[in-house]
Design a protein around this ligand. Sequence first.
Ligand code: FAD
Length: 339
Amino acid sequence: MFSKIQIKRELYASDEHQMVRQALIDFLKKEAIPYQEDWEKQKAAPKSFWQKMGGLGFLCMDIPEEYGGSGFDFSFNAMILEESRRQGIDFGLVVHSDIVAPYILRYGNEEQKQYYLPKMVSGEFVGCIGMTEPNAGSDLKSLQTTAEDKGDYYLVNGSKTFITNGYVADFVICAVRTHKGTPQEGISLLLIDKDLEGFSTGKPFEKIGIKYQDTCELFFEDVKVPKSKLLGQEGMGFKYMMADLPRERIGIAVESLGSAIGILEKTIQYVTEREAFGKAIADFQNTQFKLADCAAEVQVYQAFLDRCIELQMHHQLTTEQASIAKLKATEMHGKIVDK
Ligand SMILES: Cc1cc2nc3c(=O)[nH]c(=O)nc-3n(C[C@H](O)[C@H](O)[C@H](O)COP(=O)(O)OP(=O)(O)OC[C@H]3O[C@@H](n4cnc5c(N)ncnc54)[C@H](O)[C@@H]3O)c2cc1C
């Protein structure tokens, strides 16, 4: 019953959506699902996997063709996030395709867009975003990584922590303090390439879950970042980060939905096969009540998130709606897992 409801879903009903979705499922079954245990041990999905994803066009799907993308709308990005998580695969896609690439597309100059975006689409480059520091989490305005103006370049010193994709990434969009003034006025964003002298990373953290979505520390010791790597305008970093939060939040909400659907489908399969007291445990009324409750919950959130995705496709999703989506969808995910 549950899988039939999925197929009727209108948001991803076009021939193109269905083709892309099936291609992704086939790809993940071959190139990701069998390798998850190894990746968990390494605490990171390998770069080669990113490149295979890019080779088939699954990364940054809404990046315009002039920058190497397919120019699809946001619903394709959302579908890739949702289906990957439905298949149990989670490797930092939302950060790469739905946070870092859109920042560059929106705030980057032509040279930056031509340099980074085609490589992000192909998987040659993996991107990450460095905001959080050991002493600046929720209170982002108090970040302490400095970027001193030295004429042709910024001299960057400081560190970041909890950075998704930090280990595999080729560059980071890094929030730095470029000048004094009010705490938020002094923050700028720099594109810092991994190969610059003085830029190093820690080992990926040992995490409770999402174990091969690598998360690590970044260290900057007298890193000379050319002025040409400033993203957008100096002093606007805090505003940019706040403006782009809705997209990050809807991405995480959609991932939660995909994961909840996948968990429910696997559970239905399990209770159908598993027998106790002479019958499948799916035949016990309590199992049916619990599953019906989970299925109802998933469908309610699916309807709301589909609406949010449509709004995001037209750049109309508000911070409030995106926050509600992330809060409630992640809570729903936890509830389904518990049940
Ligand atoms: C798996 C993972 C991946 C991450 N990926 C990234 C990434 O890619 N890039 C990046 O920059 N960061 C990343 N982060 C960091 C994340 O953004 C921070 O963890 C988050 O901003 C919270 O900061 P904190 O952990 O320092 O908590 P704190 O700010 O120290 O907060 C601790 C607790 O205090 C509460 N609290 C804080 N302020 C208030 C307040 N004003 N009123 C009431 N309660 C409050 C919080 O709710 C929380 O419960 C990641 C974190 C995790 C766990």
